[in-house]
Write a protein that binds this ligand. Structure first.
Ligand SMILES: [Zn+2]
Length: 171
């Protein structure tokens, strides 16, 4: 079976045909904005937030975990001038469905007897959460308390609803 990526060139031809003048966009985000959100395939942050190419850094990972995004946040703020961070989590997130210990156990069980696998996975915290609003609030608080995040940063926390496409601000 052909890999999904085999379809990329054809799709890209269409994109390039309407690329316009985006080649002249500046490197620093025009809206000085970072959005941290989940990697969930149902989310299209540019579309549901009205972001265009060149507007913002959109940092995505499993759950929109800020601890996981810190490396990118420091680069974005210190080298590329962003001064606002909006954190999104979403309904129906996979991060609500497991615990770090359960996932570690699953990985080890799938590669029994592999000490290197057991050792490495034991060092990963998967940053899952049992409840959405609390997780948004705690990520906002974590960023506000982090000495690497610039003090003047405007930080907000939001929930996106996969059922309706609506967003709502939590903090
Ligand atoms: Zn998610």
């Amino acid at each position: 079976m052909a890999a999904n990526s085999a379809q990329f060139p054809q799709a890209n031809d269409k994109y390039v045909a309407s690329f316009g003048d985006k080649g002249s966009l500046a490197l620093p985000p025009a809206r000085q904005l970072i959005v941290v959100t989940c990697m969930d395939a149902r989310l299209d942050p540019a579309a549901h937030l009205g972001l265009k190419e060149g507007d913002a850094h959109v940092i995505r990972n499993a759950g929109g975990a800020v601890a996981d995004a810190l490396r990118s946040i420091v680069i974005s703020q210190r080298l590329l001038g962003t001064r606002e961070i909006a954190i999104f989590k979403h309904t129906g997130c996979g991060m609500l469905t497991f615990t770090t210990q359960q996932l570690r156990d699953k990985v080890v069980a799938e590669q029994p007897g592999d000490a290197e696998v057991a050792s490495q996975v034991s060092q990963i915290h998967f940053h899952e959460f049992p409840e959405l609003e609390g997780a948004v609030k705690s990520d906002v608080a974590w960023l506000k308390a982090n000495p690497l995040v610039l003090k003047e940063t405007t930080i907000s926390g939001w929930i996106y609803e996969v059922e309706t496409g609506k967003i709502r601000q939590v903090v």
